[in-house]
Write a protein of this length. Structure first.
Length: 229
């Protein structure tokens, strides 16, 4: 049984209570908030293991809350949204969310997503480091260094980079990356990989502006580039 605390931020109390019931049944502790402006003080004080964050909230919307959290924490965030347009989904990920779930949803699916994200973040410790080109990754400490400078990544970005670095020059399809990084394969969610790749490239480019570390193989997927020199 797990004793990790999940923070639910959802102004529809019936939804919040339903999610609480399902998460508590599998062993999580659950805290609930109903306003966006309550989240930052709570997170700074209590440090939950993961946040289920609705977008439409009184006080402050979920996008603004996610953006603010990412200024000081890499705590996993799963966005909950009733908006169906792709722009809002991807915007949530660009702000640093690890995943999104569209309403209406199955509570069992939410539990599966929570478990997948937490497995990715708090998986079994490993004893090795990955080094590929100018990038070094310490899987024990979840630190990434480029030329001895730290690279701040979300858990999803870290997992994605780890998969790509482990097999340089090997092309991964979106579905392969989704399965290995997110831990599930639901139709339509391969677009999240595109957004994570975009964010990861942007961060790497700040340290390595003249190198294309991750390239697109059109019609296939992505690969981590290492020269043969």
């Amino acid at each position: 049984m797990t004793h990790q605390t999940i923070l639910i931020v959802e102004d529809e109390k019936k939804i919040a209570e339903l999610l609480r019931d399902y998460l508590e049944k599998v062993g999580y502790r659950v805290s609930s908030l109903y306003r966006g402006d309550q989240v930052i003080p709570f997170v700074k004080k209590s440090s939950p293991a993961l946040i289920l964050l609705d977008i439409m909230l009184p006080g402050a919307d979920g996008m603004a809350v996610c953006r603010e959290i990412r200024k000081f924490s890499d705590i996993p965030i799963i966005m909950l949204t009733a908006r169906v347009d792709e722009i809002d989904r991807l915007l949530g990920l660009e702000l640093g969310a690890d995943d999104y779930i569209c309403k209406p949803f199955s509570p069992r699916e939410v539990v599966a997503r929570v478990r997948a994200v937490l497995r990715r973040v708090h998986g079994e410790p490993v004893k090795n480091r990955l080094v590929a080109g100018p990038i070094q990754m310490d899987e024990n400490t979840h630190q990434v260094m480029i030329h001895n400078e730290g690279l701040a990544l979300t858990p999803s970005e870290f997992g994605l980079l780890k998969v790509l670095m482990a097999k340089p020059n090997r092309v991964f399809s979106r579905n392969e990356l989704l399965n290995q990084v997110q831990g599930y394969d639901f139709e339509g969610y391969d677009r999240t990989i595109d957004t994570h790749i975009k964010n990861l490239r942007k961060k790497i480019a700040e340290k390595l502006p003249d190198e294309e570390i991750i390239s697109t193989v059109y019609g296939v997927g992505y690969k981590f580039n290492i020269s043969s020199e």
